[in-house]
Design a protein around this ligand. Structure first.
Ligand code: NDP
Length: 319
């Protein structure tokens, strides 16, 4: 297998593997500690150094499992880039959910570090934008997290470009740590934010991107071309919005177009979809998801197909 390429994480000195691994829906729901460890080991052994997590994933259990896995595998904390994200909260009470207020953020990082039994995360994200908390309060709180040594960098996820721009300007003007990265959805179906909305920010602040759902929750593997298989993400009761996306006629048509390119080129739909995301130079790392080891193995094989996928880029762009 070819070696994993690395890219700079936005305007920072941190190098991240072009493909990384995340735990949404899977850790603590579809996967127990045994399969978590298998996947973490396989990913790490194949060059993945960036691992995506969030406070809200399995209500904190995902954070626990990921670090339990790394510890039991004997991996050193500094061998990995560990992340978490804050916004929804895991306590159903006022000021601790759906917010980025300082009170919530300062206790949320402490909770995450306690669950993960570590002193710091490498990247702390604001998981969504909160229009009710003033931008200066958010930036000061994220800066404080870094000054306290609890996070090394900070970023945003699914923020509007205008809010990222405001946060960046405020940080620069006040000598505070700047956001370096945004985490948007990016795949052959959802392209606008990355390709249009964030465009001015690549130039202005060298914004990095850690992109999510490269396979549109599995649709772009082709597994949903003939209905919804038992045990798949779209078959889960709690994932009804994913089911809607997958059954959407436009999206189905795009999956069919990808299937046609796959048949013609002999490269799997999965590899074409993953490789296409990585071809965008503004993407720092493509966060992979997998509910079992076989999927992760298959997905990481994309690294050795990048040259062939580059030649198909124009055709894939047409989808
Ligand atoms: P994908 O779009 O790649 O979907 C992954 C899912 O697709 C798997 O869990 C599995 O689901 C199915 N799948 C993956 N590979 C294969 C394969 N080779 N063959 C068949 N089925 C396959 O990514 P995710 O949506 O999981 O997103 C990746 C990561 O991004 C998350 O883990 C999380 O860390 C992050 N994320 C961040 C968000 C944010 O708001 N910041 C939002 C969402 C994700 P199954 O087997 O159950 O069908």
């Amino acid at each position: 297998m070819e070696t994993m390429p690395h890219r700079q994480l936005g305007n920072s000195g941190l190098s991240v593997s072009l493909f990384s691994f995340g735990s949404w829906v899977t850790f603590g729901k579809q996967m127990d500690i045994g399969s978590v460890k298998e996947c973490l080991k396989y990913a790490f052994d194949h060059g993945v150094n960036f691992f995506d997590n969030a406070e809200v994933y399995a209500q904190g259990v995902s954070e626990e499992l990921m670090m339990q896995g790394f510890r039991e595998l004997g991996l050193h904390r500094n061998d990995i880039i560990l992340t978490t994200k804050f916004f929804w909260g895991i306590e159903n009470r006022i000021n601790f959910k759906n917010t980025l207020n300082r009170k919530y953020l300062m206790q949320a990082i402490d909770g995450s570090l306690k669950r993960m039994k570590t002193d710091f995360v490498d990247v702390a994200y604001c998981h969504r934008y909160d229009p009710n908390t003033p931008i200066h309060e958010i930036v000061f709180a994220m800066d404080q997290m870094i000054r306290d040594g609890k996070a090394l960098y900070w970023g945003t996820s699914e923020w509007p470009a205008i809010a990222i721009d405001m946060a960046y300007d405020f940080a620069v003007e006040n000598g505070l740590h700047r956001p370096i990265v945004e985490q948007p959805q990016y795949n052959l179906i959802h392209r606008d934010k990355v390709e249009k909305e964030f465009k001015p920010l690549y130039e202005k602040m060298n914004l990095g991107l850690t992109t999510w759902s490269p396979l549109a929750s599995g649709l772009l593997t082709g597994k949903y071309l003939n209905g919804i298989p038992e045990g798949s993400r779209a078959s889960m009761k709690s994932m009804s919005y994913v089911k809607e996306e997958i059954e959407n006629q436009e999206n189905q048509k795009k999956a069919e177009k990808l299937s046609a390119i796959s048949k013609k080129s002999g490269i799997s739909m999965t590899h074409l979809a993953l490789g296409w995301v990585a071809l965008n130079p503004n993407v720092s790392t493509v966060i992979l998801g997998a509910s079992r080891l076989e999927q992760l193995k298959e997905n990481l094989e994309v690294v050795s197909k990048m040259k062939m996928i580059t030649e198909l880029k124009k055709e894939l762009d047409q989808i």
